[in-house]
Design a protein around this ligand. Structure first.
Ligand code: ZN
Length: 303
């Protein structure tokens, strides 16, 4: 069984897990891995640069960060991956350098909240920066590398300008996904996975809503610009049927309040009038009053 077959199996498996867990894979799943022709292939170990037993070169690299997602990217928009320690010749760092020289694709894992990871694959180590003790990493398209891996060709992939532009684009897509996932996980965690209006606890029915629309990719995924809302309340908030004043009080648009309809309107919306929203325990994570105020002005204009 070739090394590449194992690697392809790992990419296929991580795709399945990423779909199953909607981009946020628990560490335990990655540590347990999967069995391929009687051999267990694990995706994560105690160290960030991970080479499962039986593989010659690393299979995955993991970044754990509590900081803003920007710290995972360099000024050129590529992923930044720090060396293990400060010894440039540590065997893990040497392993990644070999992966770079042989254009061996890897899986990139970035923590979203403790114990949960977003995965991107395949990624290539494309630059080595010994002075900064880090590598630059780019995302590639699976369809483009599969034939090479399957036929076990050893020639280095030619990368022209078009390839570089594509890789940069794909890497940027990871940044957007990372932003979205960080925001959702952080907002839902702050609100203990409950709707801030009705306290519904089904995470599959909850969204992390922006108070001020976030059209800017560079915007930080910060909890004070978020609200944990169930699907119906998210839509009602977005359509200015429901407003939240800066003193955290819920307001229902006047014409909606006057309507007579079934239980969804009566109990799901009208009954919320003048109620106090459910807040995160930590005051730092409360909705930002300035943002709420700006958004509430918009609500008042539509009323
Ligand atoms: Zn709700």
């Amino acid at each position: 069984m070739s090394q590449n077959a194992h690697r392809i199996a790992a990419f296929n498996w991580i795709k399945g897990q990423s779909d199953l867990y909607e981009d946020v894979i628990p560490r335990k799943v990655l540590e347990d891995g999967f069995v391929y022709y009687n051999q267990r292939i694990t995706l994560q170990g105690p160290q960030g640069i991970w080479k499962p037993a039986g593989m010659e070169l690393p299979l995955s690299i993991t970044t754990v960060s509590d900081g803003p997602y920007t710290d995972s990217f360099d000024a050129n928009g590529l992923l930044r991956y720090s060396y293990r320690g400060i010894d440039i010749n540590h065997r893990d760092n040497v392993g990644l350098r070999k992966a770079m020289e042989n254009e061996v694709p890897l899986v990139y894992l970035r923590s979203i909240v403790p114990g949960k990871y977003l995965a991107a694959w395949p990624v290539f180590i494309i630059q080595d920066h010994p002075g900064q003790l880090c590598f630059s990493v780019a995302v590639e398209e699976m369809a483009l590398i599969k034939p090479k891996l399957q036929y076990n060709k050893n020639e280095v992939l030619a990368t022209d300008d078009l390839d570089q532009a594509r890789r940069l684009y794909l890497t940027r897509q990871v940044k957007v996904r990372l932003h979205q996932r960080l925001f959702r996980e952080r907002v839902l965690r702050a609100y203990q996975s409950q709707c801030t209006l009705c306290k519904l606890r089904h995470t599959e029915l909850l969204d992390a809503a922006h108070i001020i629309a976030d059209s800017n990719d560079e915007g930080l995924p910060i909890v004070p610009n978020g609200l944990s809302l169930c699907k119906i309340h998210h839509a009602a908030f977005d359509k200015n049927i429901i407003g939240i004043s800066p003193d955290f009080i819920v307001h229902i648009r006047e014409d909606i309040l006057a309507e007579v309809d079934g239980p969804m309107l009566k109990f799901g919306i009208q009954s919320l009038e003048n109620s106090h929203i459910f807040l995160p325990r930590n005051p730092i994570e409360h909705p930002d009053r300035d943002r709420l105020s700006e958004r509430f002005d918009e609500f008042m204009k539509t009323g």
